[in-house]
Write a protein that binds this ligand. Sequence first.
Ligand code: NIG
Ligand code: FE
Length: 420
Amino acid sequence: MTEHVDLLIHSAGQLCLVPPHDGPQRGAALGDLGLIADGALAVADGRVVAAGPSAALRARFRATQTIDAAGRCVLPGFVDPHTHLPWQGDRAAEFEQRLAGATYMEIMAAGGGIMSTVRQTRRATVAELVEANRPRLARMLRHGTTSAEAKTGYGLDTAAELKQLDAIMALGDSQPVELTPTFLPAHAVPEEYRGDTEGYVRYLLEDTLPAGAAWMRARGIVLFCDVFCEDGAFDLDQTRRILEAATALGYRLKVHADEFVGLGGTKLAVELGAVSADHLVRTPEADIIALGRGDTVAVGLPGTPFGLAHHDYTPAKAILAAGGALALATDLNPGTTWCESMPMVIALACRYMGLTQAQAVVAATLNAAWAIGRGHDVGSLTPGFQADAIILGVADYRQLGYRYGTNLVETVIKRGQVVV
Ligand code: NIG
Ligand code: FE
């Protein structure tokens, strides 16, 4: 007796399930693709019903829609767990200044950098933010991203931060890439508080964080709260106070740590039970050990040092040797790395973080889903998971990472629907 399903993808040269390991794939176990040759995937009601050899699934299922994936590779859709969408405007002129020798932190200290995007984002309406950011999401989708995180952090006052949250919700509702919102009013110290970081921290604790908490309660969702723990932004003690207040208000936690200077933000993230610690370039040894012992996912963003023309990258091998869970993300933002492409991130991670293609693929799917608290639902094609899949125009997943600068993603499926 045949069972009916909505979609059957069959005859894939390779089907990569990316199975969970009772959680993310950690340490030396990273890179288990669960590869099935001549594989098939059955989907009903937006979820994976079965995955296995084509012959078996074709005998078992009759489908409304059938895709012959011969000569192609089927993978879970990419999850991009760290983006700074939505923002207004661009900073091409600052990139030109950097090419002439100015550093990112010098430009920021002179009132440019994040603050120049803040000025433009504050002036934009929700509708304008949606219009400016939808094409960016469309490019992400075409490069295989089916779920992503999106941060505020270009408002830096309560009303403008809530406006960015509204824009994230509107963007999530109006195109296929599913968005997980993060509240990042602690991204920089705004002009109004220049030289008075403590004053801004007080404002965050008394006004902005409670307002964000009310916003999320009204919508029945849980936001992440993130802090840029860095010289020139928030120091370790300020980061701790903001994150502790956020926990008390019901947020889950993320931290921007060790992008330029290792201040102990990663160890703090582990101590406070943060879901992820991100950037991790200048991460001290003790913090790497802490990642191996805790549940905080380490998110490497190799597009950022590449975008800044820096030479140091996340020490992925040390994090894996310590037993840590490693994920990858774009960090998509107008300052350090305007890159919508997870395949580009995979290519960089293979070269500069020393990952194999299989490790990078898992870090960009299953482990990335864990980095936004969605590891039970997306990032794998194991039965029961949401049917978010991509089909590459090549038969071997190892073409990912190896090739770059052109898009190998041919078909994108979100909740069982072909969207590209
Ligand atoms: O993650 N480091 C802080 N935030 C961003 C850059 C934001 C910007 O320059 O606009 C980052 O790299
Ligand atoms: Fe970032």
